[in-house]
Each structure stands twice: as C-alpha cells, then as structure tokens.
Design a protein around this ligand. Sequence first.
Ligand SMILES: Cc1cc2nc3c(=O)[nH]c(=O)nc-3n(C[C@H](O)[C@H](O)[C@H](O)COP(=O)(O)OP(=O)(O)OC[C@H]3O[C@@H](n4cnc5c(N)ncnc54)[C@H](O)[C@@H]3O)c2cc1C
Length: 353
Amino acid sequence: MKNIVCLGGGYGNMRFIQRMLPKLPSDYKITLVDKNPYHGLKTEYYALAAGTKSEKKVRMGFPEDTQVDIIYDTVTEIDIDNGRVITENNALEYDKLVVGLGCEDKHHGVPGAKAHTCSIQTLRESRATFEAIGDLTPNDTVGIVGAGLSGIEIASELREARNDLYIKLFDRGERILPMYPVRLSDYVKRWFDENNVDVIPNSNIVKVESDHVYNNNESHALDICIWTAGVQPAEVVRRMPVEFGPGGRVVLNQYHQVPGYQNVYVVGDCAALQHAPSAQVAEGQAEQIAEVMSDIVAGRELPGEMPDIKMQGILGSLGSKEGFAYLKERTVTGRIARMLKSGVLWMYKLGNN
Ligand SMILES: Cc1cc2nc3c(=O)[nH]c(=O)nc-3n(C[C@H](O)[C@H](O)[C@H](O)COP(=O)(O)OP(=O)(O)OC[C@H]3O[C@@H](n4cnc5c(N)ncnc54)[C@H](O)[C@@H]3O)c2cc1C
C-alpha cells in the first residue's frame, strides 16, 4: 500500500483530502497527522478568544474514510532527505508528503512581545487568551497589536462581548486595511469610533512589558496585549533543509513541490505563494495539489503551466451584526457582509461534514 502522508489537518490538507479521495487508487492510502483530534476553524478563533463562541463551534471532526488513517501526534522533524517524518511518539515513512502545518506568531524581534502577549493563532492559545480576558475587571485596558483582518475581528468581537473594557487597536498604517478602497477603511474606522475602540494609526510597537507597550517610544498602560501583527510558518517547517522565500515560507515549483523533491508538497501558510497567506489561498492551492498528484498517480502528463490560484476577496466581521467585504472589486458593508461571512462558514461546515 502506498502512503500519502498529510502533516496538519488545517484548511489546506482538509481540502486536499476532500479533492484527492475520489481520485485515489485502491492501492493508496492517506495518513493524516495532527496534534489535535479535530480540524480547527482558525478563521473563527477570534470569537473563541472573545468568549462569544464555545470551542465546539470552532472545530470539527476529520474525514472518516476507509482510505484515511488518522494519527494524533506532534510532528517534530521533517526529514525529506530520508523520506520520513518524526513525531513525538513515532516515525513515519511516506511515498508522497503534503506539509500543511500552518503558522505561528511572528514577533519581529520586538523585546518582550513573545513573553507578554496573548495569541489567537492556535486553539490552545485562543483558549488561554479567553481565560486572560475573562480575568479582566471593569475599566481594564486591552491592547491589540496589528489591525489586519484578525486584529479587527478580535477588537470588534471583544467590544461586543465586553463593553466595560477599554480597547486600543494599534494599526501600523495610516488607515485601516490600506490595500482596500478608502470606503471600506472608512466604514471599519467609523464602526470603531462609534463603538469606543481607540484606533491608533502609524503605530510601531518597539517594546512590550507585562503591563505596558511602547508605541514609537510613547508608553501605554495595558492589562493584556493581544498580538496579531504577523505570522511565520510553523517552527518545524522553518527547520526543513529547503529554500525559504518572503516571510520565511517554503519556495516551491509551479506544481507546489519542493524543488528537488518531487514527492514533497507544501500547502497553505507554510508555502511561498503570490498571495498573502489565508484559508482561501490554502484551499485554492490544495485543489491544485490534488490535481497534480492525481495526474502523477495516474501516469498522466502534467500541464505545461499551472493556472493562477483564484481569489474571491476578503470577508470580515465587526461583531455579530456588521461586517465588511471586498468581493470582485466591490465593497460591501453592514449586515449583508456579516451574513455573507456567516454563510461562508455554514457552507464550509456543511461541505466538510
Ligand atoms: C483570527 C483569524 C482570522 C482569520 N480569518 C481569515 C478569513 O476570514 N479568511 C481567510 O481566508 N483566512 C483567514 N485567516 C487565516 C487562515 O486561518 C489561515 O491562513 C489558514 O488557517 C491556513 O491554513 P493551513 O492549512 O496552512 O494551516 P492551519 O489551518 O493553521 O492548520 C494547521 C494544522 O497543523 C496542525 N499542526 C501544527 N503544528 C503541528 C505539529 N508540529 N504537529 C502536528 N500537527 C500540527 C494544527 O493543529 C492545524 O490543524 C484567519 C486567521 C486568524 C488567526
């Protein structure tokens, strides 16, 4: 039996397995390795941290299929020169490997940032952030560093959950989400103004202490600080003997294979792609990997050129009632955008059941 080993059951590998299974010959199996016994819906972790969703709502089961084996274990080394993966409790050999171990916070060398900030990158960290927020007393201050999608979502969700707290959102840019139309930025900023979230533009956090952050050398007293200011591939991927591109992501050929290792693919946040990392990109890339691998397994010639990964746009929430979207070069704001986001999540859960 030939073995396709998938490391990490995130958005990338869930989509890969879904698309690969119908094309999988009977002499192949898929072995999925994840440290958690469920697929975490990372795009919803902000709600777990803010306390508006229970953990059960932000995770779901892995696929059940006679051709899929699941191992719950932590990957500690990816030894592509010897075709094996080392986990905390075992060692696994593979015929083909799909590395989809996701990302972790990048603290950019800011002193104190790793030690003194909360995270929403993993279920475990989001749970810990929820606990820390739960311990806050009225009029305490929460700082959120980074006003990208996840920073905006945790700030707004937290405001909805706790109107007794001060919230400061440190934004590196001149305006929120500067890569999108001004109308979208203005809408999000207005929501924050109306809901008493203090957005601090042109921020550059240079130091974090247990009860302060230093923004351009101006100190702000905080009770907790949540870091959403950058990500990097999982540490075990950063130790692979491969070439790394922008953001420390693994450089791949057009078939998403590690150059020189035709049987090793990297999917999602660990992969250097032309788009910024997102669940949407991970899924689009995973679909291409399934196409490529099924061609190889069936002995078909690969396409001379792979198409671009199609992007739909962005969808973000501002609490449970409002949201924003930029889809097909159109800005959508308010309740409709929020309903779209809920609809996408509902469809995702349905599609993976
Ligand atoms: C709060 C927030 C909101 C977001 N919102 C959006 C959004 O609206 N739209 C969007 O497109 N993207 C969004 N993203 C980004 C998106 O979640 C990621 O880009 C996406 O999860 C990447 O998918 P992946 O398959 O690469 O990794 P992940 O989905 O992170 O999966 C990685 C998997 O690997 C497992 N794993 C990690 N290390 C190990 C190890 N050593 N051993 C075993 N298993 C391991 C983990 O348990 C996990 O199951 C958001 C992110 C955050 C944090």
